[in-house]
Design a protein around this ligand. Structure first.
Ligand code: FAD
Length: 400
């Protein structure tokens, strides 16, 4: 790693980690009119191993809590109106959510009940999710094998692929232009006195004083929190992705299909499709372990896909990679806002596989908190650290 020195020795806010959560927080601070100095420290500006690079880049409204539905609704609004939301900057491309929908499939009465309950929550929050019987699914999507399906749910509005990388790059670029400083370096220690963080120590040896610190370190969030003596229930979990080409592509868009087995696969354009899954045991991964689990495709993923869509009997993998979820083992939900005791240490962590779509609302919320001392638009306090300290789960059960 090469290291860059910050221009100053003191900042009002130091953000550790400059991928999508760090960049969203930084950009939203400029939007909120925060007038202090902001430094973003990123250990790897190529982002080769960041979750942000390995993502599936999809959004959905199908969550089990109203708050997570609202968080995604804001993401859709932001993406569909990005140029306007970014100050009418003509360089910013117009984007849209490619709404092929997520198709959740239930093969048991227990899971069908979960879908019924979740759809109620989503509809009450204004999302357009609908339940579909096996017959209705077959009539609309004739390519599915629905022999074992009892019920499905899908929402074709603001649910599907969006260009997360474009949003990330524009947040970085605009925040830089507005005065946020990004440096290539690593935070290796955090000095604290009493209940306050006072400075961060960089790999290059510099000690940078700071008023507030933001932990935006993705799967390494617990390691960063440990520097302040804080325990976080977050660990890296390996998630495998494959892009495959079908000999006989479907003649309509494939929704992001969440098979009852947990395997998921979706439309990727041009006769290609993207699939994802994990090993059955799903242990915590080493931070630097991005090795592929080669037998998984042959033994589990491909047979599952070919059973669900018989037309995918003849397919060819064209690329594959391993990424890490920052899994919150308490309740699979984000942890955002200040620590309960070290009040100038803030979290934006634990997204458990649904963080990309949460980045607009989470960055905005945290920037509101840092600028004004409280949430102004969407109240994110249910996702705060207090529940972690109390061991009180705020469960999101629609996790893929
Ligand atoms: C395979 C896969 C598929 C996914 N699909 C989706 C999806 O479809 N939809 C969705 O919403 N979400 C999805 N996600 C989740 C989403 O990608 C993540 O929640 C999101 O990218 C998290 O961003 P982040 O900035 O918190 O973490 P990261 O992108 O991991 O960034 C953390 C950054 O912190 C830096 N860092 C760490 N420690 C230090 C340090 N001490 N000093 C300096 N820098 C440091 C790292 O180098 C890294 O760049 C998926 C994730 C994976 C792995």
């Amino acid at each position: 790693m090469t290291t860059e020195s910050p221009l100053e020795s003191s900042y009002d806010i130091v953000i550790i980690g400059g991928a999508i959560m760090g960049a969203s927080t930084a950009w939203n601070l400029t939007e909120q009119g925060f007038d202090g100095r902001v430094l973003v420290v990123e250990r790897d500006p190529t982002y080769e191993f960041a979750s942000t690079t390995h993502t599936n880049s999809c959004m959905r409204q199908q969550f089990s809590t109203a708050l997570n539905v609202q968080i995604s609704q804001y993401a859709a609004d932001f993406v569909n109106n990005i140029r306007e939301r970014m100050g009418g900057d003509e360089r910013v491309p117009e984007l849209a959510v490619q709404s092929f929908g997520y198709m959740y499939l239930a093969d048991s009465e227990g899971f069908a009940d979960v879908l019924r309950r979740n759809v109620q929550v989503q509809n009450n929050a204004g999302a357009a999710t609908q339940l579909m019987s096996a017959e209705e699914i077959k009539a609309t999507y004739p390519f599915y094998n629905v022999d074992d399906v009892l019920l499905g749910s899908i929402n074709r509005i603001n649910e599907g692929y969006w260009d997360g990388n474009a949003v990330f790059q524009w947040w970085r670029r605009q925040s830089r232009e507005r005065g946020v400083e990004y440096v290539e370096n690593e935070v290796v220690a955090i000095n604290h006195a009493g209940q306050r963080v006072v400075s961060v120590v960089l790999a290059s040896g510099e000690v940078i004083s700071c008023g507030q610190v933001v932990n935006a370190t993705g799967p390494r969030a617990a390691k960063t929190a440990e520097m302040v003596g804080i325990t976080l229930p977050i660990e890296p979990r390996k998630r495998f992705s494959w892009v495959f080409k079908a000999d006989k592509p479907l003649d309509q868009d494939l929704p992001l299909t969440v098979d009852p087995s947990g395997v998921h696969f979706r439309e990727n354009g041009g006769g290609t499709y993207q699939a994802g899954g994990h090993t059955e045991l799903d242990p915590a991964a080493e931070f630097d372990d991005f090795n592929m689990e080669h037998s998984l495709w042959e033994e589990h993923i491909w047979p599952t896909i070919a059973t669900r869509v018989p037309q995918f009997e003849a397919i060819k993998v064209i690329s594959e990679w391993t990424g890490h979820y920052a899994m919150n083992t308490l309740d699979q939900n984000a942890i955002v806002g200040p620590h309960t005791e070290v009040e100038n240490f803030h979290f934006i962590n634990g997204f458990s596989g649904h963080g990309l779509q949460q980045s607009p609302a989470m960055g905005r919320g945290l920037a509101e908190y840092l600028t004004h001392g409280g949430y102004r638009s969407l109240d994110l306090s249910a996702l705060g650290y207090e529940r972690i300290a109390l061991g009180k789960a705020y469960v999101e059960d629609a996790v893929i």
